[in-house]
Design a protein around this ligand. Structure first.
Ligand code: TPP
Ligand code: MG
Length: 636
């Protein structure tokens, strides 16, 4: 007779999760580093009890906000190249719906996270329970249904035996590089506590293997033909290059073929910046070098990219009338984009096979020289932008980035997500880590508030690296509470808090659409309306009462238990960054000039401007918008 154990559903799940392993290239490791959670009714008695019974099977870490805890898991999974992650448990209702944003972020960025929200009773006896969303026409709906569209797999486990197939499906999706994202197992609170007979095989160690899918021979042959024919080939490296650990293969391909490399946000650092064929960022936040070559390229080889509008400059980046695309991607969904040649394959295998099949073919020397010259010229632009200007009243964000880049050295990691910093980092960051793990900008969901919890996840995943979180004042205010988790877990992070008194990025965007920074500067509201931005209020009346608010974010960080250093100048900042945080987070606070932004370089982003307006600046912006939109292409 086969062996069994009698366990609650929650106990069986925790035991199962603790026994899951993932293997790639012969390296095997535990898939779950632990379980993050916040307890309430719906998980305290079920999963909470199970976690307390099995502390070594799946270590529990309390978080302060459910959204943030999913960000910790996502940051961790990304830094580990998706080879391991955390589970996240919540109570019913608000605890569960707080995870929706985190789940969307994970799914958009293709990062595995396992969500275990509590759910209302499967029996329905005591309904409605505290925090229950009642839908009069459909009793099967609960608040957790909000997680369906943002999950790559969703299941409500309504009876004990169902746990077994549900848990196996969850693992299949989490560990599949083409499918992965947020996976939700909604667990009714009565089911969690129910005991059932669990087959021992369910609890035994299990290994999920990530295979490196080779390209189909026909796809490889077609790609070789296109690459041989191309006069101006360009690679756009996405996050898939880094997740696949294909940075060495990419470099070998570049050196064998002379094809230059431009990078998306997730792919930034796929080729070290010092490489003569590195052009850096491409698209809306691209470098002059990458955008110049993108404009002329006749063949664009996208590797592990989902071709977001920032990468394609809203489909205006590629202007060669004959341009064609090759898309190397593990996901057929992404490989089919831009009417490209779909090469559904692992990045590393595909690049290696391509080098072999190309048999020493090189791109035209003139194109390669062009790339080298543009790349070298761009390095000069960066050097000027990050050079401190000690006489200016306030430092610029570019100068802050220069200081962080130096402090990070070869192995440090910069973490960022929203505001003006991601675009500046994309352009300016000098990537030094050959594995591409020094640059962690979450720009799939670009979620304000990701920065601190995401940075914590990175540090937990790579304790040997220094982690530098770059966060704006607006993003800081979204989820500062997770600093307390960093304090409690003794996570030594450096958080550079850049205060420019509001949403500098959206202020600039607002000015570009003719709206003078409306509602983007933190100041006292006047006459019931939000003030416009004083420095660019041309054409719009400036309401009275525009003083800076009496808000001290450095004191706020201090009150949450962080060590705080107030820097005024770039020299102060450099001194602060040379001190390594120990035993918990350090916040380095610095005020910057909200108008000293890094310009765009031959790029555009499609943000529709009002077609009619009584405001003259809006009408001017519309004319400009219509002119720019003529560069947009469809690639059918
Ligand atoms: C959760 C969330 N809400 C809104 C936005 C839209 N948004 C993008 S950047 C930004 C302002 C960010 O302000 P801050 O962190 O101070 O950075 P700054 O723009 O000043 O550089 C806003 C509101 C977002 N990305 N995420
Ligand atoms: Mg700001």
């Amino acid at each position: 007779m086969s062996q069994t154990e009698t366990l609650t559903v929650a106990q069986a799940l925790i035991r199962f999760l603790g026994a899951q392993h993932l293997e790639r290239d012969g390296r095997r490791e535990r898939f779950f580093a632990g379980c993050l959670g916040i307890f309430g009714h719906g998980n305290v008695a079920g999963l909470g009890q199970a976690l307390s019974q099995y502390p070594d099977v799946l270590p529990y870490h309390p978080a302060r906000n459910e959204q943030a805890m999913v960000h910790i898991a996502a940051g961790y999974a990304r830094q580990r190249n998706r080879l391991s992650t955390f589970a996240c448990t919540t109570s019913v209702g608000p605890g569960a719906t707080n995870m929706v944003t985190g789940a969307a972020l994970a799914t958009i960025n293709r990062l595995p996270v396992l969500l275990l929200p509590g759910d209302t009773f499967a029996t329905r006896y005591p309904h409605p329970v505290l925090q229950q969303l009642e839908v009069p026409h459909d009793a099967t709906v609960s608040a957790n249904d909000c997680l369906r569209p943002v999950s790559r797999y969703y299941e409500r486990v309504e009876r004990a035996e169902q746990l077994i197939p549900a848990a196996l499906e969850a693992m299949r999706v989490l560990t599949d590089p083409a499918e992965t994202g947020a996976v939700t197992l909604a667990l009714p609170e009565d089911v969690q506590a129910e005991a059932f007979t669990v087959p021992a095989a369910f609890l035994e160690p299990r290994t999920w293997t990530v295979y490196r899918q080779p390209p189909a021979p026909e796809a490889l042959a077609a790609a070789v033909t296109q690459i041989r024919r191309a006069r101006r080939p360009l690679i756009v490296a996405g996050g898939g290059v880094i997740y696949s650990e294909a940075t060495t293969a990419l470099r070998a391909f570049v050196e064998a073929t002379g094809v230059p490399v431009a990078e998306t946000q997730a792919g930034r650092g796929a080729l070290v910046s010092d490489h003569p064929l590195s052009l850096g960022a491409v698209g809306a936040t691209g470098t002059a070098a990458a955008n110049a070559l993108a404009r002329e390229a006749d063949l664009v080889i996208g590797i592990g990219t989902r071709w977001s509008d920032f990468t394609t400059a809203s489909k205006s980046a590629f202007q060669n009338p004959d341009v064609q695309f090759i898309n190397i991607n593990v996901a057929g969904f992404d490989a089919a984009k831009l009417s490209g040649l779909a090469v559904v394959a692992d990045a590393r295998v595909a690049l290696t096979e391509l080098v072999g099949a190309l048999g020493g073919h090189r791109a035209p020397g003139e194109w390669e020289r062009r790339a080298r010259d543009e790349g070298a010229a761009w390095a000069g632009v960066v050097a000027e932008l990050i050079e401190p200007t000690p006489d200016a009243p306030l430092p610029s964000q570019a100068q802050v980035i220069g200081a962080i880049n130096d402090a990070a050295g070869q192995t440090g990691v910069v973490v960022c997500a929203a505001g003006s910093a991601p675009g500046d980092l994309h352009k300016l960051w000098h990537a030094r880590d050959p594995a591409g793990k020094g640059y962690h900008v979450e720009y799939g969901y670009s979620c304000m508030g990701y920065e601190i919890p995401g940075g914590m996840g990175v540090k937990l995943a790579a304790p040997e690296r220094e982690v530098f979180v770059l966060i704006g004042d607006g993003s800081y205010l979204m989820l500062p509470g997770e600093l307390v988790t960093a304090v409690a877990e003794r996570i030594p992070l450096t958080i550079v808090l850049v205060d420019n008194h509001g949403y500098a990025s959206i202020g600039a965007l607002s000015r570009s659409v003719g709206s003078a920074g409306f509602g983007t500067h933190y100041r006292f509201a006047a006459n019931g309306s939000l003030p416009v931005d004083d420095a660019a209020g041309a054409g719009l009346a400036q309401p009275a009462g525009s003083d800076v608010l009496p808000v001290d974010l450095a004191a706020n960080a201090e009150s949450l238990g962080a060590r705080v250093i107030r820097a005024r100048t770039i020299a102060d900042l450099r001194a602060a960054l040379s001190q390594r945080p120990a035993g918990g987070p350090t916040v380095v606070y610095i005020e910057t000039d909200r108008y000293a932004g890094v310009p765009g370089y031959g790029s555009w982003w499609d943000v529709p401007v009002a077609e009619t307006s009584t405001q003259e600046p809006v009408r001017a912006a519309r004319t400009e918008y219509e002119r720019n939109a003529t560069a947009q292409r469809q690639f059918v």
